[in-house]
Design a protein. Structure first.
Length: 392
């Protein structure tokens, strides 16, 4: 396919040369309703430097953007911030076009990962505190292990005060405008929170360590690996990361359930409205209708998590099992909650849901709600009163 994509100059002689994936709707299970970008950056200095590449499906677009400012063979330095193929996928292709380029990566994880995927290329390894000069500019490497892979690192250019942050501070958002102030800030922050919840939630401690390491740097631009480049709202996104990586929860509830014949759904309604009556805003998520990634984004900072399922074939509904499994992998914060559901004759699933909530680390604050067949008004009123009386 012919590509006529152009680079975008983001600072004098520094170009965005990434790719926009408008159609992406699923990123290894994370539902990306607004697509994404794979951001890469080209610095024209004495040594022509490329920071990251793009997913292999977008290699032509990425190379087209580079070629719009310089022949790829002139690239001297390639920085690989992260082995995950959305950033390294076109590395081999670009290394073939720029055979003399040195490829900088972390040791041992970056080196191991890149070698496993792309074979022996011209790798140079770096560690915390290392820096290289590329001419008028220097590049300082800050490894950020487990943020979110063992090899991850960010790169700081002090002469430009630009932080090339790769996955950190990014969001899955396809847009034709490269900067935060050219886009809707509410949308960006919502997508950044969703990104943090679905990708970085297990690594709050590592995020805090990284924020500390970056704390002394003067930053006038954060050039991310996905979505927009931050130049106006830098302190806002950093403050968000400080909050998101903390243990602090908001006084909100998420009621998450599936239902077969509306009975568990009716209980979910009563629970949702009872929390609201206690002045605790509650969100109502029927798993048939809302993507897991969105639900998990709301659960992330909600103090209360209440999960319901009827019983099917002696088990909880597969949708509920999938939600709990996904959440468990994200090692959520310390929520409080309980299980609920209606049942026809055996109703084992409600205990299974409670067991799983405990396994995930949820503090059980209310005895599981088990109502047979169709809940009666009296049962629902009693449940409402019990929730209203609950001291939390
Ligand atoms: Fe955007 Fe972890 O890759």
């Amino acid at each position: 396919m012919i590509n006529n994509c152009k680079a975008v100059e983001i600072a004098k002689n520094i170009f965005w040369v990434g790719a926009v994936d408008w159609n992406l709707r699923n990123f290894h299970g994370y539902e990306t309703s607004r697509g994404t970008t794979y951001n890469a950056y080209l610095i024209l200095d004495e040594k022509v430097t490329l920071i990251d590449t793009a997913k292999i499906d977008f290699a032509d677009e990425f190379i087209s953007r580079i070629s719009s400012v310089i022949s790829p063979e002139k690239i001297d330095v390639i920085i690989s911030s992260h082995v995950e193929p959305d950033h390294s996928g076109s590395l081999k292709k670009i290394a073939e076009l720029a055979p003399n380029a040195e490829i900088f990566t972390t040791n041992p994880n970056g080196l191991k990962g890149l070698t496993a995927r792309y074979g022996n290329l011209n790798y140079k390894t770096v560690k915390a505190g290392d820096k290289i000069s590329v001419g008028e500019r220097s590049l300082h490497f800050v490894p950020t292990p487990m943020l979110h892979w063992p090899d991850s690192m960010v790169t700081y250019c002090p002469e430009e005060k630009i932080l090339f942050s790769n996955d950190a501070f990014g969001e899955h958002l396809a847009t034709s405008m490269r900067f935060d102030d050219e886009n809707n800030l509410d949308v960006i922050l919502a997508e950044a929170k969703k990104y943090y919840a679905n990708i970085l939630m297990p690594y709050g401690k590592q995020a805090q360590i990284a924020l500390k390491a970056l704390g002394d740097l003067e930053i006038k631009m954060i050039a991310t690996g996905h979505g927009v480049i931050w130049r106006k709202n830098i302190s806002k996104i950093i403050d968000c990361y400080k909050f998101w990586s903390s243990d602090e929860l908001e006084n909100r509830a998420c009621v998450v359930f599936d239902s077969m014949w509306h009975s568990t759904e009716i209980i979910a309604q009563t629970i949702t409205e009872s929390f609201a009556k206690k002045n605790i805003p509650a969100a109502y998520y029927d798993l048939k209708f809302t993507p897991l990634s969105d639900i998990v984004t709301d659960v992330f900072k909600s103090k209360y998590l209440i999960v319901g399922s009827p019983t099917i074939n002696s088990q909880m509904m597969p949708t509920v099992a999938k939600f709990l499994s996904y959440l468990k992998g994200l090692q959520p914060l310390k929520h409080k909650g309980f299980a609920f559901g209606s049942f026809g004759w055996s109703g084992q699933s409600i205990q299974f849901v409670e067991d799983e909530l405990k396994e995930i680390g949820v503090e059980i604050i209310f005895d599981k709600v088990r109502l047979s067949n169709v809940p009666t008004i009296e049962q629902l009123d009693k449940l409402e009163k019990e929730i209203l009386d609950l001291e939390i």
